[in-house]
Design a protein around this ligand. Sequence first.
Ligand code: ZN
Length: 248
Amino acid sequence: MERLIILGSSNAVAKKDQENSYLLVDSGTRKILVDCGDHPAAGLARAGVTLNEITDLILTHFHADHVGSLPLLIMDMWLEKRSTPLVIYGLEYTIERAKKLLELFDWHMWSGMFAVTFRTIPESGEEIVICDESIRVSALSVLHLIPTIGLRFEFATGKVFSYSCDTEPCDNLLKLAKDADVLLQESAGGLKGHTSPEQAGTIATQAGVKHLVLIHYEARHGEDFLLSNAQKTFTGKVNLAFDGMVIK
Ligand SMILES: [Zn+2]
């Protein structure tokens, strides 16, 4: 059965019990890692998933709190003797830099290195980034400080999970979140390129979302402040994401 596991829920400055935001989307046949967090091998181990069960890696954008651990993830997969290919998806801006980052570690010279394929998502977005009998993943560009994608996961069961990634409120975010069962919405605050909890509530209301989960928030603001602000503009179910949270 489909599930989404929050591997990290913090904003860019990780906390004692909160890694940077990254997640695993499990459709049964595919295990899709979205961004890399701080220590992906440890985060996945805590979730009961091995590194080499990951079938796909989507990089939402090239900020260090989302992709800084990419070389470590790839090295750990290699050390764990991965033999199956890995597909890495992202915008051209992201993929170009991800390749450069890996090249600094001479990864092509690692003995017995597994195959990695890069799939560039067009800037305009794509209806089908990943598709099989269990899941369909689509991506649209959102409004952050650098080129960034938000994601929509549609499962064969009819369930829909959406992930804003880092963005200001924008039309594409509303499209991604339309009638979703769960919207995982960044709530870093109302700065340029980000969303406040109150704006997150407005998006959830406008998109007709059933369940709003705030992620990438500043924990020092406190749970009451974050939830009460989202509840000013959204009357449905609201939670704060936490590391290890499983959403079904
Ligand atoms: Zn960012």
